[in-house]
Design a protein around this ligand. Sequence first.
Ligand code: SR1
Ligand code: MG
Length: 399
Amino acid sequence: MGYRILEPADVPAYLHARGHWDDLDDIRVREVSDGNMNRVFLASNAAGTRGLAVKQALPWVRIAGPSWPMSPERADAEARAYEQVAGVAPDKIPAIHGYDADNYALVMEDMSDLEVLRTVLNEGAPYGPDTSRRIGEFVAQLTFATSDFGMPSAERKALVAASVSPELCKITEDVVLSEPYIEHEHNHWHPELDDLAAEFRADTRLRTEVADLRHTFMTSAQALLHGDLHTGSVMVGARDGAPVIRVFDPEFSFVGPIGYDIGLYWANVLVATARARALGTVTDHAAQLRLSWEGFESEFRRLWPTRVDTFFDDAYLDRFLRRVWTDAVGFAGTEIVRRIIGFAHLTDLTTLPDPVPASRATLRLGRQLILRRTELHHPEDIENLDAADTADGIRASQV
Ligand code: SR1
Ligand code: MG
């Protein structure tokens, strides 16, 4: 069977034919596509007691349309990543009911009772006590298991080969790790950021540090990553009175530097903090970077005694984790910068009544994270930098 792009009206018969839904008369479908890349449909019965999600990769970038072609094979990477996570952190991803490789479609858990973390934060609600720690744990569980610590060497080589994802990696290498620092048609920004955008393009020291991070992204095959771990890739909520978290959308998954996943999350935390400051709705924002790192580090250290290769000793673990930390700080900086003067901006900032002061302060912070990543050793160091950049930003906007 060939690849067929599904429309909402096709979904009932599709689910029925693939054995996911018996009663064709009791199925309604709505499209809830929200991300940049794919289409998502939600199917439910009339009583609202049953639901399934269908996610299909299009042969282009959804928000750009056919003018930006993109192989739908990215859905294979997503299905592979879910398979890996299901083995180590099944409670932190949606249940996958089936993958249809012919149509690049995943049938998965209906998460419409949960909310996207970015939406929760944009509405002024707190993260809650567990969210960031569990995201850190998620990264540790996935990356330990798929690193040379968690997997025998030959099996790892096979995973590295199977997870090569040139097109999606190229998107990141371009939109995150180079375009914002050169002239590029994808870049755009608020006119009151013209001076900073020009400064960033002219800053040769910044460019060299971004080149270093870009090369790390291209060559450091430490573990299987989620690959796009922003706050729009996390659903949160409660079921039966217990907190629930689901990390989803791992289509950018590949074997890369662990700090990329952590850094992406941190960037989004820092941008959410900037929004909350601008609106006077700061709640538990300041703790999140530390909580996610603690969740990651403590889980990675907990798993360490189970490593398959004990030539890697405890002193090496300390060194390895320091490297992950430093990479994470730098990648956080690059994600901040691209979300403000590159491609695919964040609603955290774009929906502010005046996005300029928060954007300026956050851009400056992003630059510092890139340039000074080897001097920043603890979450407090980043908090202090953030506070200093915010104060500078406020002073500058008052001049
Ligand atoms: C062309 S895609 C732009 C962005 O959307 C995805 O969510 C990734 O973050 C990518 O960089
Ligand atoms: Mg996504």
